[in-house]
Design a protein around this ligand. Structure first.
Ligand SMILES: Nc1nc2c(ncn2[C@@H]2O[C@H](COP(=O)(O)OP(=O)(O)OP(=O)(O)O)[C@@H](O)[C@H]2O)c(=O)[nH]1
Ligand SMILES: [Mg+2]
Length: 321
């Protein structure tokens, strides 16, 4: 059996190695993705995002355990957690992953936890996350939780990968965090105020409730209003309700066709991104580095506009000239 077959057969070490190949975008990793693609599209991808330190990892841990013990299908579900760590020059993303890994689910063979450092370009992280999620999907993990710190563009990209997005808030965050929140509320399918045991939780709940009133005025049923839940990840309180909300959102997506729509949008975006990258690479190769330099110089000196230059390059690359 080769690595892909062993990973599909449930060998965790093989799966881990396969994920590394895919994350590093090696030729073997790319070939594996192509092979696995027909087996993907089954898993429920659940994004967990929110400001730093709100309790996303703790909740992911609780949720993974809760889904393991749902007992709604046999054999029991296999659950995965993909943690995309912020690219910190201090931790290199390793610390958070270790913290997550140390938690008590690590001994459960039905739970697979993987952390990846969010280094490199925006498109790169999002693409790598999508690729890792596909591998886990093909290997039968469902749901797959994807934890990201909701602070920037790359996180929004990663979250667009998910079918359902859980936005985690907590009391006691600074003002700069409020601005982050406004952006990620837009993408929430489920809102959770974690650390409900702390003073200030009621205020946070009320503030979010007000924001929801504004965003979803009574009587307008255009968009589904996300449920607002409270939880304490440290004790597990409220986790059952989040599980229910996730299952409800899944059912809602399946009923309304939203599941298929999200899937198609995602695959189309992935295809287009790959096509753009391939065309740029082909153009560079065909034109040669000298011509590429000259074209950039003509753009910089305002001789041609970027759009004129692009049009010219497309004509040449596509062989119309
Ligand atoms: N009091 C209280 N503390 C909590 C709760 N949930 C998490 N914490 C604590 O908050 C801290 C951060 O928790 P994490 O789960 O690492 O939060 P996170 O959002 O994953 O953090 P980053 O990944 O660094 O953004 C830890 O010390 C947790 O023990 C809770 O419900 N109540
Ligand atoms: Mg975390």
């Amino acid at each position: 059996m080769d690595l892909v077959e062993r990973a599909l057969a449930g060998e965790r070490l093989a799966l881990a190695r396969l994920l590394t190949q895919v994350e590093n975008d090696t030729p073997a990793g790319r070939a594996a993705l192509d092979r696995l693609f027909p087996r993907t599209g089954r898993a429920h991808l659940v994004g967990i995002t929110g400001a730093p330190g709100t309790g996303k990892s703790s909740l992911a841990n609780r949720l993974a355990r809760a889904f393991r013990s749902l007992g709604d299908c046999s054999p029991a579900r296999k659950v995965a957690v993909l943690a995309v760590d912020p690219s910190s020059p201090f931790t290199g993303g390793a610390l958070l992953g270790d913290r997550l890994r140390m938690k008590d689910i690590s001994g459960d063979p039905g739970v697979f936890i993987r952390s990846m450092a969010s280094r490199g370009a925006v498109g790169g992280v999002a693409r790598a996350t999508a690729a890792l999620a596909s591998v886990l999907d093909a290997a039968g993990y469902d749901p797959i939780f994807i934890e990201t710190v909701g602070a920037g563009q790359s996180e929004v990209e990663i979250v667009r990968l998910a079918h359902s997005v859980v936005v985690v808030d907590a009391p006691g965050l600074g003002d700069d965090i409020q601005a982050i929140k406004a952006g990620i509320l837009e993408i929430a399918d489920i809102l959770v105020v974690n650390k409900a045991d702390l003073p200030g939780a009621e205020n946070t709940l009320r503030a979010l409730e007000n924001m929801l009133e504004l965003a979803y005025p009574a009587g307008s049923a255009e968009r589904r209003r996300p449920p607002l839940l409270r939880a304490t990840a440290t004790t597990g309180e409220g986790v059952e309700e989040i599980v229910r909300a996730i299952l409800e959102h899944r059912a809602y997506l399946k009923e309304t066709g939203g599941w298929q729509r999200r899937e198609q949008d995602r695959l189309r975006r992935e295809f287009e991104a790959l096509l753009s990258a391939a065309l740029v690479a082909r153009w560079r190769e065909q034109a040669g580095s000298r011509a590429v330099h000259e074209l950039f110089a003509r753009i910089a000196s305002r001789e041609v506009s970027p759009s004129q230059a692009a049009e010219e390059a497309v004509k040449k690359t596509m062989g119309c000239e």
